[in-house]
Ligand binder design. Structure first.
Ligand code: FAD
Length: 396
């Protein structure tokens, strides 16, 4: 009988799994012994990592988007739009429903639906929402706002954790400082503040580097500031501890949560995220334990860092486990927590060299001491082009 692998979400993680499986099982697919199907609500893949750079005009929308059909192997059955937008998951009956009311069955399921900004959870935030985290359009709005900064108090607020790529707000803040100092030349009249919801900023060595750079650049940092509300009239943000900070311009990274359809289908834990085994990524949650269901990427357990690098490694481990499952190898390839966080501390400008680094780590192996370099800046900038033809296609 034909074996069916169904992948929900053709974003970063879902595309990598689909492409690896389509390559590995090309002969089985040709003989009609196996099918790989992918569903997504739309047909354009966005590299969200590029949102951080749009305000500084370092990438264009064309650089950070691709039609999904240019990325997905033709051996994969793909349904986008109403036939691909998941509206209900029934793990017990192995049945997925989409917006058009079509239903899909499976033998193996990969849930890779990412996560979503949750703006309405912060009272007042919608009244003064400037964010580069949610879309290309929103990132352009931030570009226009920062172009017009002439002075005053600029606050970058990270509302709460977890968020995708917790390093992105930090590198945005460093790039903003560099832009205001070296390009706009108004930094002497600006007070730049980063409101951070936790004590450390990432693992120990990451925190050490960032703390030193914040100090050197005279950027104020207020730690443990979890955003409770925004008063747009008073231009004031208030923390859960009642601390108040005024601003002239507020740029916010909103709280995030798993997609509504997963919450509605009863698959999320008390923290609102999908529960999975941290090593095998098999579903272990309120809906039961399912060895044939894998959950990967940004929707995963709260204690697995939500990064594209992590999603990529999870996709590789899950693809290998699906290959093991199909061949009945009885082997499990663990996800070892491989993840990373690219950091930029300086923009390339007429008076400065760009500086960056891609810090990586895994479970139990924190990042080693590092510094940002010109080479790191180039590698990270280059990565955005490699992303489409190497990473998303699952070629490494
Ligand atoms: C501003 C920003 C900067 C970042 N910078 C970096 C970085 O520098 N380095 C890094 O490693 N990571 C970075 N990330 C994180 C990275 O983008 C994510 O970790 C990665 O995209 C997660 O992949 P995913 O497959 O889990 O989710 P996604 O890539 O978001 O894919 C989820 C897919 O599910 C689809 N979907 C959602 N709901 C439904 C539904 N109901 N039905 C059907 N389809 C649906 C979506 O359309 C999407 O295609 C950044 C993220 C942001 C927001």
């Amino acid at each position: 009988m034909k074996e069916r692998i169904l992948i929900l979400g053709a974003g970063y993680a879902g595309s990598v799994v689909a492409n690896i499986l389509a390559r590995t099982f090309r002969n089985k697919i040709a003989r009609d012994e196996l099918e790989v199907t992918v569903l997504d609500k739309n047909d354009i893949n966005i590299n969200q990592g590029g949102f951080t750079f749009i305000p500084f005009e370092l990438y264009t929308p064309e650089d950070i988007t691709r039609p999904r059909n240019k990325l997905m192997s033709p051996r994969v059955k793909a349904f986008y739009g109403d036939d691909g937008e998941v509206t209900a998951l029934d793990l017990r009956n192995k049945e997925i429903t989409v917006k058009s009311n079509k239903k899909y069955g499976y033998d193996y399921l990969v849930i890779a639906l990412g996560c979503k900004a949750d703006i309405s959870s912060i009272p007042g935030l919608a009244n003064d929402l400037n964010t580069f985290y949610t879309s290309i359009e929103d990132a352009f709005k931030v570009r226009d706002l920062i172009k017009n900064i002439k002075g005053g108090k600029v606050v970058v607020s990270v509302a709460s954790m977890p968020i995708p790529c917790p390093g992105a707000p930090v590198k945005f803040t460093f790039m903003l400082e560099s832009y205001l100092r070296n390009v706009k030349k108004v930094m002497d009249d600006v007070q730049l503040t980063l409101l951070w919801p936790q004590e450390p900023i990432g693992p120990s060595e990451f925190n050490k580097l960032v703390t030193g750079e914040l100090k050197e650049k005279n950027i104020e940092i207020i730690r443990n500031f979890q955003l409770a509300s925004v008063d747009a009239d008073k231009k004031e943000v208030i923390s859960k501890n009642g601390e108040k900070v005024n601003y002239d311009l507020l740029i916010t990274v909103p709280p995030h949560k798993a997609p509504e359809v997963l919450i509605k289908s009863g698959l999320t834990d008390e923290k609102g995220w999908i529960s999975a085994d941290k090593a095998t990524l098999q579903y272990r949650g309120p809906a039961g334990n399912y060895d044939n269901v894998y959950a990967i990427g940004d929707l995963g357990p709260v204690d697995i860092l939500k990064t594209g690098i992590g999603a990529h490694y999870q996709a590789i481990a899950v693809s290998q486990n699906l290959i093991n499952d199909i061949y009945g190898n009885n082997i499990k390839t663990p996800y070892e927590g491989e993840t990373g966080c690219p950091i930029v501390t300086e923009l390339e400008t007429p008076s400065t060299q760009g500086r960056g680094y891609i810090a990586t780590w895994k479970y139990g192996v924190p990042p080693a001491p590092f510094t940002t370099t010109k080479m790191g800046w180039f590698l990270y900038r280059m990565y955005y082009h490699i992303h489409w033809d190497i990473s998303v296609k699952g070629l490494f």
